[in-house]
Design a binder for this molecule. Structure first.
Ligand SMILES: [Zn+2]
Ligand SMILES: [Zn+2]
Length: 586
């Protein structure tokens, strides 16, 4: 109890230090007493405003004889009511393009997806979540002829009454993902873009469940910056609508003072669902931190003042499953999946051609990748379908180099993941039980979603347990047993005190015989981009039945109802040549 009181006082102190900013404080005690006095008048945690009138009073607030928030009485304010009978065609909007969600709409487990890591939550009104700002695969909007990238900064919730209404109707919950233009000249005037997501009453939301449970077990009422451990957020799965990405776009403002009119709004049409019990947590958290607060934190609807609202039809959603092992991806408008240079393929060892006869690739040099010294550190793991290790730090040592056309392309390993029970590639028509893919990207174009990739495929046959997989799986099960991580989480560190979870490609992945098949192919998941130089090693490592069982357990605990196998079916060769290297040619 004592520690709880200390926590609360600390939180109030932090809250009110905002309200009294600019005043000099002679001692902590006087600040605290002043804080208590102000709390009585201003039950909300905000900068001298509250939700008692849902913002109706903000334009009139005075400080030192002047209007405190003049922008709040502007003519382009948010939120608004969205009348779906009066939506405009995007082509009639001048100066603002549709938003390209890019990595925001790609599963964070993919190389070009965005995962928000190192998340922290404020157990305050609105449960604001902050995180490390992603640097690549950012969404873009063309504004006034200039394409700007937008960095997600934070997200928060408006509960019991959504801020925007659609045809006059409030939803019980609205999420705002706040994004700021990358590298602005001045943060105070930077262009902002906000994504609004509605929730209707229904099933409990799995992400909100994870967020609320972790926040409540790690923090106390009113705490700021509650660590969510290795908790990370996959925007496409956790925050965006499930299937339809249609949204309403318009020019508006911040919905809290100063109400700056520099926001491109994107309010999505399809609602996610939230349960009554989950909404109750929002009110409990708010009232525990601020007993006199209004639980609703929505600003009243603002006049449109002649502004237009545009309807942007949803891009085809990148969500996919393995129910048909990818056979359906060809028909579902999933980008390149119907192309002629697709992966995986069957590798017919008797037909492998000499690597020296390959016209576009004249040499492959593993360099330090094939040494004990090439250690990948700072790794995080996704504990879900197809367990993936994301390599954190730039590796020391010489990166592998492939001469493609006239250019020596240097490749940096980004991640490794496994396909289990059925390998993706087959060798002479036969599947292996396990295939690892080490994904490497052109080191000079890491931020380009069309940048050249090179993937190393490693096969495993049944036999002795693989020591590296044993170590990884033990760390995962220990941390799950201790409650430090949960199934389905991504961005998890498996480091133990004094025993970091590092990866050495040579010792942990490469077989002793380095013969491999090389060919031009694609990503084996949507968007199936045909940008991959494949290197499938032909000598398998070994994996035990018990290790395979752990992969299945992790998948089913993370995605109940998922197909455990995550292989795309074999694709037609369409006349491509497959080459043999290091003695593997026929
Ligand atoms: Zn908001
Ligand atoms: Zn793969």
């Amino acid at each position: 109890m004592a520690s709880r009181r200390v926590c609360l006082l600390g939180a109030l102190f932090a809250v009110l230090s905002v309200a009294i900013e600019g005043h000099s404080a002679s001692s902590e005690a006087s600040v605290a007493s002043k804080a208590r006095r102000q709390l009585k008048e201003e039950p909300n945690p905000n900068d001298g405003y509250d939700y008692m009138q849902h913002g109706f009073d903000w334009p009139g607030l005075q400080e030192g004889g002047t209007t405190k928030y003049p922008a709040c009485s502007g003519s382009n304010q948010s939120p608004i009511d969205i009348n779906t009978n009066q939506l405009m065609e995007p082509s009639s909007r001048s100066g603002t393009s549709a938003v390209s969600l890019n990595g925001l709409n790609v599963d964070g487990a993919q190389a070009d997806g965005i995962t928000l890591t190192n998340a922290k939550v404020d157990l305050e009104q609105g449960m604001k979540v902050t995180f490390d700002q992603p640097a690549a695969n950012l969404p873009t909007i063309e504004i006034g002829g200039t394409t700007k990238s937008f960095v997600p900064i934070q997200f928060h919730f408006h509960h019991f009454l959504s801020e925007h209404t659609i045809n006059g109707i409030h939803y019980p919950l609205e999420l705002h993902i706040v994004m700021q233009e990358q590298d602005p000249a001045d943060v105070a005037t930077a262009q902002l873009a906000v994504i609004g997501i509605m929730y209707k009453y229904g099933e409990e939301d799995p992400f909100l469940k994870r967020l609320q449970e972790t926040a409540q077990s790690n923090g106390e009422a009113g705490d700021k910056n509650v660590e969510l451990n290795s908790f990370s957020i996959n925007v496409a799965r956790d925050l965006l609508p499930e299937s339809d990405l249609t949204y309403y776009g318009y020019d508006g403002s911040l919905t809290t003072p100063g109400c700056d009119e520099r926001v491109k709004w994107h309010v999505f049409k399809e609602a996610r669902t939230v349960s009554v019990a989950q909404l109750k947590v929002f009110s409990e958290v708010t009232l525990a931190a601020h007993p006199e607060a209004t639980v609703t934190n929505n600003r009243v609807i603002q006049p449109l003042n002649g502004r237009k609202v545009y309807e942007y039809k949803g891009e085809p959603n990148d969500k996919y499953n393995y129910v048909q092992h990818g056979f359906d991806w060809r028909d579902n408008g999933l980008d390149s999946c119907a192309g002629d240079v697709q992966s995986p393929i069957d590798i017919v060892t008797s037909t492998l051609q000499a690597g020296s006869s390959r016209s576009d690739v004249s040499s492959v040099n593993l360099n330090d990748l094939n040494t004990d010294a090439f250690t990948l550190t700072g790794n995080t793991v996704n504990i879900g379908q197809g367990m993936q290790i994301n390599f954190g730090d730039p590796p020391a040592g010489d990166l592998p180099v492939i001469r493609i056309g006239t250019r020596d392309v240097t490749f940096r390993p980004l991640q490794v993941h496994w396909h289990f029970f059925l390998s993706e590639h087959t060798v002479d028509g036969v599947h292996y039980p396990l295939e690892a893919h080490i994904v490497m990207k052109d080191n000079d174009n890491l931020g380009d979603s069309a940048g050249q990739l090179a993937v190393i495929g490693i096969m495993y046959k049944y036999g002795d347990a693989d020591p590296f997989i044993t170590d990884m799986q033990k760390r995962v099960s220990d941390k799950i047993a201790s409650g430090a991580i949960t199934y389905g989480q991504s961005g998890v560190s498996l480091n133990n005190p004094d025993d970091p979870f590092n990866v050495n490609i040579k010792n942990n992945f490469l077989p002793s015989e380095l013969g491999y098949a090389g060919y031009d192919g694609s990503l084996t998941t949507p968007p199936c981009s045909e940008i991959v130089k494949w290197h499938v090693f032909l000598e398998p490592r070994t994996v035990s039945v018990e290790q395979m069982e752990v992969f299945a357990d992790v998948t089913l605990n993370s995605n109940p109802g998922a197909t455990v196998t995550t292989n795309r079916m074999i694709q037609p060769l369409e006349g491509r040549t497959v080459y043999g290297y290091n003695g593997a040619a026929a």
